[in-house]
Design a protein around this ligand. Structure first.
Ligand code: CA
Length: 233
C-alpha cells in the first residue's frame, strides 16, 4: 500500500546577515514544523521574497548591500504582500516608524525572546486570515487540508509534490505556467530538480485526474507551459 505524505508546512524566509542567528532561527522554526529558507544579504533576500512562495518574511534591518527598509519597500513596490516581521538592534521610535512605513507588519527589537518571536510569527500568519480550504475548477475540487482531489463521487489522495503542482495550477487555472515557474514554486529556488521532474509529476497528475473521471485536463503548450481546461463531457 502506498502512503502519501501531505505537507501543510508554511514557508518562511529569513533574511539575516548574522549567520549564527539566521541558522538558530531556522532550526527553531523548523522544530515548529515550518519550512524555512535563510538568505544572508538584502539583494538575494529580495529576489527570494519576490518569488511569492513564502507565507512570511523575517527581515533584519542592518544588512550588507541593501538594508531591510529597502528590501521591504521593494517588496511592496513589486506588489508582494507577504507579511514582514522586521528584526533590528535599533529600538528608537523613529526607526520603528521607518520600518512600518517601509511596509513591515511588525517590529521586533534584538535581543528578543524566542517565545516572543514565535508568538509574532503565529499572529502574523493568522492575520493573513481568509484561509481557503479548497480550490476548484469545473467540477473538480482540491481539498487543501487532506490533499485529496475529487470529482463527483470519486476522489484520490495526492502526494506532496502532486498536491503542490495541482494547487498552483488551480490558483492560476487558465494561465500557462512554465516548467521553470513550477520548479521554483514546488521544488524551491535552488534545488537540484530539473524540468523533467515537472513532466513526470504532470504525468502522475494526469493519471489521477483520469482515475477520478475528472472534467479537467492539464494542457501543455509548447514553450509556454501548462494550464487547466475543463473538458465537456
Ligand atoms: Ca544585521
Amino acid at each position: 500500500m502506498l502512503i502519501f505524505y501531505y505537507n501543510t508546512a508554511m514557508k518562511l524566509l529569513i533574511i539575516e546577515d548574522e549567520k549564527t542567528l539566521a541558522e538558530s532561527l531556522k532550526t527553531l522554526l523548523e522544530s515548529k514544523h515550518f519550512e524555512v529558507d535563510a538568505v544572508y544579504d538584502g539583494k538575494n533576500g529580495l529576489a527570494y521574497a519576490l518569488l511569492g512562495i513564502y507565507d512570511l518574511v523575517i527581515l533584519d534591518v542592518m544588512l550588507p548591500g541593501m538594508d531591510g527598509y529597502q528590501v521591504a519597500k521593494e517588496m511592496r513596490r513589486g506588489k508582494c504582500g507577504t507579511p514582514i516581521l522586521m528584526l533590528t538592534a535599533r529600538s528608537a521610535l523613529e526607526d520603528r516608524i521607518e520600518g512600518l512605513d517601509a511596509g513591515a507588519d511588525y517590529y521586533l527589537t534584538k535581543p528578543f525572546d524566542t517565545r516572543e518571536l514565535l508568538a509574532c510569527v503565529n499572529a502574523l500568519l493568522r492575520r493573513q486570515g481568509a484561509q481557503v480550504d479548497e480550490l476548484s475548477f469545473g467540477s473538480t475540487v482540491l481539498d487543501l487540508a487532506s490533499g485529496t482531489l475529487a470529482c463527483q463521487d470519486a476522489s484520490i489522495r495526492l502526494s506532496a509534490k502532486e498536491f503542490e503542482i495541482m494547487r498552483l495550477l488551480l490558483q492560476n487555472p487558465t494561465r500557462n505556467l512554465s516548467k521553470e515557474t513550477i520548479l521554483s514554486h514546488v521544488w524551491g529556488y535552488d534545488s537540484n530538480a530539473v524540468e523533467n521532474h515537472v513532466e513526470v509529476y504532470i504525468g502522475f497528475l494526469r493519471k489521477k485526474l483520469t482515475a477520478i473521471h475528472s472534467d479537467l485536463s492539464i494542457v501543455a503548450i509548447r514553450r509556454l507551459g501548462y494550464h487547466l481546461e475543463v473538458t465537456d463531457s
